[in-house]
Design a protein around this ligand. Structure first.
Ligand code: HSE
Length: 304
């Protein structure tokens, strides 16, 4: 067979308190990338469905550029043609640029005589992230590739044992926030007190995963560094967060740089109830909303 299709899931970069160093893999929503091996050592993007404005030029496309890099560095004598089906909206905060790149790499890897490790594929995927947002952060690509919740520590991907009982509510209000712009919105300097609170919250969150301690998770799921600067970019975020706190969820945050948002829920029933409230907020604002309720996806990108 000279063609494979990969499902590359959406992800939540930052996972609230781990700016650029934590992420989580969602179920149900993602991109599909069909990779076909071709004789010439080039990359051709045949079609992109559902991604209006995404360039077909492989140099300007995250899936294309990572495969060009793969061909160059691994000195491949063959190339790839791609068909991309975007299930993740552009500028949604669900890791769409990383998903297409990871999907392409996982597909291409299946044609290599000696398939590369996840570590190596992650390195290639960062070329795509640099192209998409000007910064080579791995907090979307790593959870997409490895699945689950991950922590990036000194270039190592550490899987976090995320509590199995937690339901994830993901909402995507139809707004666009470009990661590049959301990065420019950040303050260049922070107070020591803010850094201390964020360190407490990050360490508390990580410990809560290892101890399966939901109350510690709830106390720790507050981003005092990045979210205050980005909240104004996502209309309705503050209201949603207030509701999530009032209704005793385990936490609410921007998914990546927004406008999508993740709520950690204690049960599926709680997720359904919160969703009704969020729908009412966005319908008052006349902003369309997509939503997904599910568990963490421990599998990551896979050939289907
Ligand atoms: N860590 C990146 C950011 C992720 O927040 O800018 C974007 O998905």
């Amino acid at each position: 067979m000279n063609s494979v299709t990969v499902f590359a899931p959406a992800t939540c970069g930052n996972l609230c308190v781990g700016f650029d160093i934590m992420g989580l893999c969602y179920e149900k929503v993602g991109d599909k990338v069909t990779v076909t091996k071709i004789d010439e050592a080039v990359v051709k993007i045949e079609s992109i469905i559902g991604g209006e404005g995404i360039p077909l030029d492989p140099q300007k496309n995250t899936a294309g550029i990572v495969l060009l890099e793969l061909i160059k560095i691994e000195k491949l004598s063959f190339g790839f043609s791609l068909k991309i089906e975007k299930g993740i909206a552009i500028g949604s905060g669900m890791g769409g640029s990383a998903a297409s790149a990871v999907g392409a790499l996982v597909g291409a890897n299946s044609f290599l005589e000696k398939p590369l490790s996840h570590e190596k594929l992650l390195e290639y995927s960062l070329v795509g992230e640099k192209l998409a947002s000007g910064s080579a952060h791995a907090d979307n690509a790593a959870p997409c590739l490895y699945g689950g919740a991950v922590l990036l520590s000194n270039n190592e991907v550490i899987s976090l044992p995320f509590p199995k009982e937690v339901f994830l509510l993901l909402i995507h209000p139809h707004l666009i926030v470009k990661t590049e712009d959301a990065r420019k919105a950040l303050k260049p300097h922070y107070f020591l007190g803010e850094y201390i609170t964020q360190s407490q919250n990050l360490s508390g969150f990580i410990v809560s995963c290892f101890k399966n301690d939901l109350e510690l998770m709830k106390k720790s799921f507050f981003d005092v560094l990045v979210e205050p600067s980005r909240a104004p970019l996502t209309e309705g975020f503050k209201e949603c967060k207030q509701i999530a706190i009032t209704m005793d969820t385990l936490g609410h945050c921007l998914s990546g740089s927004g406008p999508s948002q993740l709520t950690l829920c204690r049960s599926e029933e709680q997720a359904q109830n919160i969703l009704k409230e969020f729908e009412s907020i966005y319908s008052t604002k006349n902003i369309a909303l997509d939503s997904y309720i599910g568990k963490i996806n421990n599998e990551g990108a896979r050939i289907i």
